[in-house]
Each structure stands twice: as structure tokens, then as C-alpha cells.
Ligand binder design. Sequence first.
Ligand code: PEP
Ligand code: MG
Length: 765
Amino acid sequence: MSMEYVEFFEELKKEDVDIAGGKGANLGELTQAGIPVPPGFVITSATYQKFMDETGITQEIMDILDALDVNNNKELQESARKIKKIIKETEIPDEIRSLIIEAYNALCHRIGKENAFVAVRSSATAEDLPEASFAGQQDTYLNVKGPEDLMKYVRKCWASLFGARAIFYREENNFDHSKVYIAVVVQEMVDAEKAGVMFTVHPSTGEEKILIEGAWGLGEGVVSGTVTPDTYWLDKATGEILEQQISEKKTMFQKKSENGQTVQVPVPDDLKNKQVLDAEELAQLAELGKNIQEHYQFPQDTEWAIENDKIFMLQSRPVTTLDMTAAEGEAVHEGERTVITKGLGASPGMAAGTVKIINSTDELDKVQEGDILVTVMTTPDMVPAMKRANGIITDEGGVTCHAAIVSRELGIPCVVGTGEATSILPENSLVTLDGNKGIVWEGKLVETAKKEETSEEPTVVLQAPLTVTEVKVNVSMSEAAKKAAATGADGVGLLRTEHMMLTTGVHPKKYIKEGNEAELVRVLVENILKVADSFYPKPVWYRTLDAPTDEFQSLDGGEGEPYEHNPMLGWRGIRRELDEPEILLAEFKAIKKLHEQGYTNIGIMLPLVQHHSELRQAKKIARQAGLKPQENIEFGIMVETPAAAMTIEDFIAEGVDFVSFGTNDLTQYTLAIDRNNEKVADLYTESHPAVLKLIERVIVECNKAGVKTSICGQAGSIPAIVEKLVELGITSVSANTDAVATVRETVARVEKKLLLKAARKMMQE
Ligand code: PEP
Ligand code: MG
């Protein structure tokens, strides 16, 4: 067999992205590391190239693309359809065909099944190009059986390189269509007798315990939460079983032998209350978990399956929700701690480095990789320097201020609201900060490697959502979208626009003043596209600009921003946009353009509304841009003012698809506490009964009217509040990237609790 065209996982390493694509190379790496993934092979990028060249279709396809105007949506869709048809209908040359069939037969032989069921997946081949340029995420075909079907789906994967979105993306980013290649992964489908999940540390505290959940049949039951699995806790060091709970497992998922479809069936009586995993299997799983963590050097959240007494790992991805203080705490030298200042823990983790005090944006170059950025309060134009920093400390601000939001999204530890950091921390001194407890110590107490971008961590198979109440994620920076999507969130419940408008460092108003609306639209399209694509087809709620005047002053063109005594109560949100409708119109035009390219997953959300007439006016501007609110695009509001909460009926009558609680603002406006004022931060609490009452009335009214409800303020990342919201009947919850997994766990637990309560009540009646 040729080594270039087809490679078994055993022959591939993680460096082989060029030939095997990201997924293929990762599966190779895991196999070589001794981790038992279901066996398979990769039809390499060279095969795709050979197919395109030998059949002579490359030129035909390039001619279609050369003649295409990607901004003409009809043409784009038509060209994509034509190209895909060409690829799907062109015969695969004999040489390639026999190599693929030979590999498939070898795989079947190896697993001892004739015409085995396999999964066929496209695998993108260049790490430096975003997945979007391949648009390959969707192309996974399960339960493919026999050589003929295999050929069909391989061609489908190749054709996926020319979806309308993928073509548009490459044109927008000037990638040469003929230089982008694709590989295809072919992998055995495991027909599990038992399956489940395993965390290699305690999923929320990071304690060195292994958590295993298992049930009968395929893993779908455990992953989707429809089956209550057995739960086992193991000591990571000794492997000792610390605790186990054997549940009653009523149903299980099985594969039908004829077509491989998954069906839910009752568990046979003798297995219902039987322990799923014996001591030997638990020990083997725990050992594997430790090896995987060792391999990735990070705690892992995995899926496993057992078929014929053999364990397979189906998925592994980093546990992104850990409170790292627990894990890193040991590194702190006890007894040597001198606390220099305290504030609020705003972004978890510990960091040490050299203090750089930033008094004005001219000084941002002072901050080098690994320093600690110290400033009165961060502003949007500081983001590039924030990215270089190991940690961030501010004088002002509460846990929902700019510094807090951005550092949580970047995964950088942060302490806000110290009241004094810029005046008491000596420039160039070494400090350590704890972003959980809000403490700053003298000296270097921990070794901090800058947190890795978890987006680059491999995910072998994408996981289905676990809960009925959707768990979404908040995104502010388009470059953080992939990391956010890797959490498996059900969509973006808040896409903040402020940062996207600032990627060029120019105030949006300047573009308009200079008659350059087109450039503003282009910047927006480029940024929103990255997010919409990373999540496609899951919904992304784009929130229109909410720029307090004080945050935009330092930008090019921001000199004219008015000075306001109370920017939080001032000219921001929808009220400002209705005064400056040109910016709002440009935003709507950008969304219209993306909708035309197929990104119909984008919805619109208006910030800081206080009267339903604002909704009416904004819809009118959306129509001017060619959008049809509530007809072809989801349209909603944020509930951030008590006024909106108290008159929600009027907004419902005016027409909304959804509302989302912006509790950061709702709390400050209900309690009269400036969210950025550290002097009153101790009184700032989203669980104040007044805030909860407002939320409750909105959920009740919206549920009556069939309007969806969500939350995207910081409270959506706080388990105790999320619990209340699920009980009240909220439709979805949107959390920060670092909190998605914990929130999902909380939601799943509350949903089960509610079901149990209802079942018990029914039994009593
Ligand atoms: C909110 O107010 O809760 C919110 C999510 O918006 P922002 O924090 O951007 O004001
Ligand atoms: Mg807000």
C-alpha cells in the first residue's frame, strides 16, 4: 500500500497535519501514545490532490470560481452547488479507489467484521488556516458501510471544501482555493456494551480524584443525560474506589444491526440494577485517564466505550472550568507571603511577573510577554497589551468591568478594584496575584506558564449538548471564538460588539464622518464572520454597539466623545445608537451581508432598552438594511433596566423573539450601585431579592407569550443563580467560556431534580 495516499493511525503523528488534517493527525498521535482509540486510517490530502489533478476537474472548478462574484449570494450558492456536484459525480480513478478499498478491507479484517460500520469525517489540513476556510466541521457521516458507500461519502467530504460559506470565507481572506487541501478520516464505529464519561480530576474543584460515569449500551444515554449512570469516584494516586453509586438504569441506546441507526430500548431486568463497571475495568479506565492527562499535560474530560471487553477512548478534551488555585496552590511557598494589596478576584488563576504601571495608552509598549499589567482601569485599546500580560491588576472596577470581562475571556488571572495598585506597587517589582481570592502578594510565589489557548486542544469527536435548557457562551473578541466553541456550548448568547469595532483602533463614528461606511461594514463582517462560522449552525446573538463614552475616548476619532459625570447612566446602548443611526445601520448591513452568505444563524439583540418605542425604531432601521426582523432574523432585547422588566408586556406586544437578562446592568440600576465603583462593590449582588423579582416577572410573562428567555450577565456564570433561573423556567443560560462546563453541570442537576420532584408528586397523587 502506498504510504502517501492512505495512512493508518499508527503511522501518523500530531505534526502530520499537512497530510492527515487536524483530526487525523490527532488520532494518530493518540494511537501512538498507546491510547486505544477506535482503529482507522486517513485518506490523505495527497489523495485529494491526485483526484483533482488526474480527473482534470481542477481547471473546471477554478474557472467557475474565477467568474464568481462572491458578494452576489445567488451566484455564490449556484457556483458552490455546481462545484460540489462535479466532485460528487466524478469517478474516483482506479488506483486511488483500490487503495481506499484495500485499506477499508484491512480495517474490517483487523476488527474481525465484514463490511464494518465506519465513521467518515473531513479533516482540515492547515493549522494556520481557521477551520472556517474548510467549513468541514459539519462533515461527519456516521454508520457508513461497504466500499460503495465509503466512496460516496469520501467524495462528499472532498466536496465540502466548496460549500458556499467556505468559498466566501476564503475569498474574504484571500486564500487561494487551489492551495487548500482536505484529508478524510475513516474510523471504526464502536458498538458499545457499556459506555460513559471520565474526568481525570474533580470537574469543578480540580481535586486529584477521577470521576467515572457509566451505563449500558452506547454513550448517547450518558452524554445526553437521558440515562442516570452509575457514578464512581477514584483516588487518583492509589486507584482506590472512594465512593460509588449504582443507579437504576431503565433504558439504553443500541445500534440496529441493519442500518446502524441508534435506538433507545429497555434494559433487560437482570442488568437494571447491576453495577456496570467492575473493579478491574475501573482500574484500567483510571490508568488510561492518567495517561491521557500526562500526554496532554492537562486534566481531561473524556468519553469511553467498552466492546468485547476492550476499552476505547472516543473523545478527550481539556477540562476548561477548573479553579486553578487548587491545582497551583501547592506551588505557593507557605510562610513567605506578604500581602501588598487586595481587591476583587475577577478572573481565576494565579500569576506572577514584573509590574508595569500603565498611566496612559502611550505606555502600552512597556508591557512585555509575561509581565503584570497594572492600571487604573483598562480600556478597549489596551487589549493587545493585556494579551501579552501574565496577569492584570486595576485600581477601579467590579467583577463586571472591562478588565474583568476581557481577562476572563483571554484566560488571564485578574484582580480588580484594589483602589491603590497603581500608587503602591513599585514599577518593575515582582508580584504574584490570585485571581480567585483577589489578593496580590510580594515576590514571585508561583511559576506561571501563560495559560495555553485551549482552542488548540484536540477534540476527537464533538459532543452533544447535555441539557434541555440550552447552555450558551458569551464572546467579546472574535479571536476567542474557537476557544468558546470548543466548550460545546449551544450557541453564543451574547456577542459583544465593542471589541470588534475596535480592532482597527478607530472610533466607528470616524468612518461615518469620513464617508467610509463601507470600511466599517467590512471590519464588522470580518469579525462577526469568525464567530458565526465557529458556531455555525448554532445561533449567535449579535448585540448592537453598547459603548459608554468613557471607554471610547482614547480611540482615534474618540476625541469628540462627550464628558459625562455618570457614563453608566448616560449616552450608551440603544439610546445612543438611535441618536447616531448611521452606526446601527452599518451593523445591520454587515449582518445582512452575512445572512446572504448563508450565516442565517446570526440574530440581533438590543442593549439597554427602557421603552418599547426604542425596539420599534431599531426594527425600522433593520428594515432599511434589508433585514426582516422576526421573519428572517431573530430579534430580541436585553433586559437591563428595571423599566424594561416592569413593562415587558409592551415589548412582547411590540414583537420580540427573545429577551436576555443583562444582570450586570440590571443589578446596578436596581440597587443604585455603579458596577465600576469599587467603593460600593461589596453591596453589588445579583441575588438581591429585587433583582430576582424583576427577573421572575419577565420569565413568567415571556413564558406565557412563548418568548424565549436567556441570561448573559455575569450571574449566568454563577451556579446558585443559574439554579434559580432553571427552576423559574428560563430557556437558555449564557456563561463565560471558563464557566460553561460548570454551568452545564448545574443545569443538568437542576433539571433532574425538577423531574424527580414532579415524578414524586405524581406518585403521591
Ligand atoms: C449586562 O449588562 O449584564 C451585560 C451582559 O452587558 P455588559 O456587561 O456588556 O454591559
Ligand atoms: Mg449591559
